[in-house]
Design a protein around this ligand. Structure first.
Ligand SMILES: [Zn+2]
Length: 446
């Protein structure tokens, strides 16, 4: 029996996830994501396997840095099966349509590609074990990262491996907490926040309430760069709590005057994904389902506005505050958030809230860094925009488990994994997590 695991992408960085498992003469790929910021993906012609030789592609979730290279993979001959959860299958096409905008394809080519993806992909239930060929079976566990996210356990009689994908923290709004995997010989573990602990997530609605109150006291605009999927729905959920939970309403009276602050989701993809999220109530956690049953749709409220058309986006750019604007991309590498930043980043009345990871080399990473420096500016469309808006980072909003969550998740397994290979983290994060796990007696590979 020869087993080989090759990390094609996201071994020492956090984007471009792609791992290849060679087992029982099968080529099994876990994720096929696009690289962002300063990260560079290995060109496909340098891969150790031809796309047409890949038997199965598992998808841990629908973020572009885990699925974004699927169109390319198919164009280069991949015809295997794509295996994932039901919600992720529902999200592949809208998320890829967004990513496919980067490719030079005609409308009919895009449609054909979307059909091919739909034909090749299969949604499976969580927790059940399914057989592939050649004595290999798999099982999907809840990862609590975004809706539909899973970790993947692949096993033969002799060997078992778990690909964690991206793990979420506990207490994420809308989503159930991550499951604990059964013991395995090899655990491929993400380490995005391997060197950091987030703010207390149980307090984050309060923190959002305080920051929004402060930010809106001067009629400014609050820009929240957010990925279309996950954070956008969580923010809507928590704003819904701030505007409708009786206790929170009392605590934040300035957010609940007669005329409510308009909240705009300025992202066609964000809207589409929010609609899909809204339909997948079977995959929500108990709190969200209970609210829904009591008649409060947890990801909707009456002063939430959807901005779909480009002409309405242009109007929004000129609209005075106060307003909350949620727009992509999450790391400010593109998307409608750029128009807002170009117009409003130099205005001290405004605020920028980062709620997600900002990879090095991305514009979001630069804004965070240079906001603290005198004369700091961001480059947008070739022009220098001084950073005068207030810049905050709410790490409690991360969709990723932090150091404590990762260690607890591993420690909760009934037996220590044979080996742990850390991936999906920048070197300091991997190093810090590795030393902590080693202190606890784990066999860790960097
Ligand atoms: Zn992710």
């Amino acid at each position: 029996m020869s087993i080989e695991i090759i990390h094609i992408g996201a071994e020492n960085e956090v984007t471009g996830s792609c791992h290849l498992l060679r087992i029982n003469d099968l080529n099994i790929m876990a994720d096929c994501g696009i690289s962002q910021g300063g990260d560079r993906g290995l060109p496909m012609h340098e891969w150790p396997v031809e796309p047409k030789e890949i038997d199965y592609l598992f998808l841990t979730h629908a973020h572009a840095d885990h699925i974004g290279r699927i169109p390319d993979l198919i164009q280069r001959g991949f015809a295997g099966e794509i295996i994932t959860t039901h919600p992720t299958k529902a999200l592949i096409s809208p998320m890829l349509e967004d990513a496919m905008g980067f490719f030079d394809l005609t409308r009919s080519e895009k449609e054909r590609l979307a059909e091919t993806i739909d034909d090749l992909s299969w949604g499976f239930e969580y927790h059940e074990r399914f057989d592939l060929k050649k004595g290999v079976s798999f099982q999907l566990g809840m990862a609590g990262h975004i809706i539909g996210s899973c970790f993947v356990r692949i096993e033969t009689g002799e060997f078992s491996v778990v690909f964690s994908g991206d793990l979420g923290p506990k207490n994420t709004p809308i989503l159930p907490d991550p499951d604990i995997p059964a013991p395995c010989d090899m655990l491929i573990l993400e380490s995005t926040y391997g060197d950091r602990c987030h703010e207390d997530r149980t307090e984050r609605v309060q923190r959002l309430g305080h920051i929004l109150t402060q930010a809106l006291s001067d009629d400014g605009k609050v820009f929240i760069p957010a990925f279309a999927i996950g954070r956008t729905q969580e923010l809507i959920y928590e704003m819904d709590r701030l505007f409708s939970d009786p206790e929170l309403r009392r605590n934040f009276p300035d957010l609940n005057p007669k005329k409510k602050i308009p909240v705009f989701v300025d992202s066609p993809l964000g809207l589409e994904v929010t609609e899909i999220y809204a339909k997948l109530s079977a995959y929500w956690d108990k709190e969200a389902r209970d609210l829904h049953e009591r008649g409060d749709h947890p990801i909707d409220f009456d002063h939430l506005y959807a901005v779909k058309d480009h002409k309405d986006h242009l109007k929004l750019l000129d609209m005075p505050g106060p307003a909350v604007i949620i727009a992509g991309s999450g790391m400010c590498t593109g998307g409608r958030i750029l128009g807002h930043l170009k117009k409003g980043l130099d205005d001290p009345k405004n605020d920028v809230f980062f709620v997600g990871y900002q990879a090095r080399g991305t514009r979001g990473g630069d804004i965070r860094r240079y906001a603290k420096k005198p004369g700091g500016y961001a480059v947008i469309d070739g022009g220098r925009i001084p950073i005068r808006a207030k810049v905050y980072s709410l790490t409690g909003y991360s969709a990723h488990a932090d150091q404590k969550d990762l260690v607890e998740w591993v420690a909760a397994m009934a037996e220590k994994p044979g080996k742990i290979k850390l991936v999906h983290g920048e070197p300091p994060a991997k190093g810090a997590l590795a030393s902590l796990l080693k202190q606890r007696g784990y066999d860790v590979l960097l």
